[in-house]
Every structure is written in structure tokens, then in C-alpha cells.
Write a protein that binds this ligand. Structure first.
Ligand code: GLN
Length: 298
């Protein structure tokens, strides 16, 4: 009799209650040790995505324990982040222009520099009726412009069918299928013959090919075709500039995002040579020259 009938369970360490606060602190510290930038923010993004809440919820529920399923999902998200995937791809979404976008490994993750491109169009163009987003990827520019210019019809084109499927779900998510048309193909070849635009906006691949290997791991994990701009980064931009004139209405605008080192060449040499006009330059939030705006004579 006595103690022999009793079974004593000892909780292993991993079974101890893990609160949201403990999980956040642990992930942030783990990412910080791996030199991942903004570790606390990334920890918040991963944890709130696993819990399907917003980030504020984490702070108002610090003491809430994680259940086993949540812990399992969180562990696999953290190990993908450690292995170099971006939080956006793990979570499957990214905010751009204050709108939510679906992202996958098939598209470039929308970036703040590209908000500079959208802003440059909004500041300069009024009431365009036809807009083109060339190299649309996730469709973030097309959706942002359709939102800003509610009377415009928007075309969006990309060489990647996989990227266009992501764009299609973003167009549907924002209820813009009636105003945004997607086309698959090589730059302007993708488009219906004879189409002319008031506004063309593009974030083409512009990274110098020899520099791709020097980029952050998360960037190298993005589709190479969305980044590779050839030996001087200008290969696609040159092709866009040489064909754009035929697809712009008189007085039409072309906005191109690029590497700051490419800006002087595009604004002062290629713009005048291909379109007969010099470009106006817009810096990004970090103060680097990022977007060239070119307008055909009216
Ligand atoms: N801005 C991207 C970068 O992080 C490049 C995007 C592009 O090539 N369009 O390098």
C-alpha cells in the first residue's frame, strides 16, 4: 500500500506553460543572436500570424498561454525564418500602401521603395483613364494605383505565370477584378495591340547580376527573374524605355523604380534619347534617388 499506487508525473521543461510574452522574448532573442534585423518586430509578426491576430493583441494578452498546436506552428515558422525565408513569405502576406497583399516565394516582397513610386504618380498625375503596371509581380502597384485612381482601367503584365496567380488573388482580395486586367508575357509584348496609356509605372528587375550574390539571404530567396537586371542592372529598363513611347498617349507618364546609381543615366541620357524628354527624380524614404518620372509632350 502507500506510495506504490500513486503515479507521479513530472512536467518536462518543454511542457511548461509558455505565455505570449515568454514566446515573444524567446523568439526575438533567438533572431537577434542570428543577426536578423528588427528581431522584435519579426517575432511579433510571426507570433501574431500563428495566432491569427494583430500585433496589438500580443501586448494585451501577454499572459495567455500557447496551446500545443500553436506552439508547433510557431516552431516551424521560426525555423523557416532562421533558415533565411522572409517573415512575409512565411506569413504569406505583406502590407503595402496600407493594403494587405498575399505574397509567396514566386513574387518579390513589396518594398517601401516601391511606395515611393506609387507616391510619385499620385503627386503628378491627375485622373488617368488607362494605367499599366509592367513587371507587376504580386500586383501591389496595380492594386495601389487602382485604389488611388478610382476611375482608371488598369492593366498589369508579368513574364511569370506563377507571379500572375498571386497578382490575381490580390486583385480579387481587393475586389478590383472589374478594373484590373492581368496579362502574361514579355514586357509590352504581353499587351493587346494598339493599347495606349496615360500612366505606366514599373518596378522592373534592376539589380546588377554580379551583385545578386551579395544581397541579404531573404532577397536571394526571391525570384531571380524579379531582380536580375543584367551586367549593369539596366537591361530591362533599356528595353522598357525603347518601347514605351509607342504605348504612351501624348502627355503620358512613365515612372520607373531603379537603383540610385542608374538614375543619372536614365534621367539624363536614356530618357532624352528614347522619349525625347529628361526625367524628374524622386528620392526614397532613405534619401536615395529611386524613381525617375518621364512625361511625353502633350
Ligand atoms: N529593391 C530591390 C532590392 O531589394 C530590387 C528590386 C528590383 O530589382 N526591382 O534589391
Amino acid at each position: 500500500m502507500g506510495g506504490g499506487d500513486r503515479v507521479w508525473y513530472t512536467r518536462p521543461v518543454m511542457e511548461q506553460t509558455w505565455t505570449l510574452k515568454a514566446a515573444l522574448d524567446w523568439i526575438a532573442e533567438d533572431l537577434r543572436r542570428r543577426d536578423i534585423p528588427s528581431p522584435r518586430l519579426e517575432a511579433e509578426l510571426l507570433l501574431s500570424a500563428v495566432l491569427q491576430t494583430d500585433r496589438l493583441y500580443l501586448y494585451t494578452h501577454f499572459d495567455r498561454p500557447l496551446d500545443d498546436a500553436e506552439r508547433g506552428t510557431l516552431k516551424s515558422a521560426v525555423s523557416r525564418r532562421r533558415a533565411g525565408e522572409s517573415a512575409a513569405v512565411i506569413i504569406g502576406k505583406k502590407e503595402f500602401w496600407s493594403l494587405d497583399f498575399e505574397v509567396t516565394k514566386d513574387v518579390l516582397v513589396p518594398r517601401p521603395e516601391t511606395e515611393t513610386l506609387v507616391e510619385a504618380t499620385v503627386d503628378r498625375v491627375s485622373a488617368p483613364s488607362r494605367i499599366l503596371d509592367l513587371c507587376c509581380g504580386s500586383g501591389c502597384i496595380a492594386v495601389a494605383l487602382a485604389t488611388e485612381f478610382p476611375d482608371a482601367a488598369v492593366d498589369a503584365a508579368d513574364l511569370s505565370g506563377a507571379a500572375l496567380s498571386v497578382a490575381a488573388s490580390n486583385v480579387a482580395r481587393h475586389n478590383l477584378a472589374h478594373r484590373i486586367s492581368l496579362y502574361e508575357g514579355d514586357l509590352f509584348d504581353a499587351l493587346p495591340v494598339g493599347r495606349a496609356y496615360d500612366l505606366i509605372a514599373t518596378n522592373p528587375p534592376y539589380v546588377i547580376d554580379a551583385e545578386i550574390n551579395t544581397l541579404a539571404r531573404e532577397v536571394r530567396a526571391e525570384p531571380r527573374m524579379a531582380l536580375d537586371g543584367g551586367p549593369d542592372g539596366l537591361a530591362i529598363i533599356r528595353r522598357i524605355l525603347s518601347d514605351a513611347g509607342a504605348f504612351l498617349k501624348p502627355g503620358g507618364w512613365l515612372f520607373i523604380e531603379m537603383d540610385p546609381r542608374q538614375v543619372p543615366v536614365v534621367a539624363r541620357e536614356l530618357g532624352p534619347r528614347c522619349l525625347g524628354v529628361a526625367g524628374d527624380v524622386v528620392p526614397d524614404l532613405a534619401g536615395r534617388e529611386r524613381v525617375v518620372c518621364l512625361r511625353l509632350p502633350v
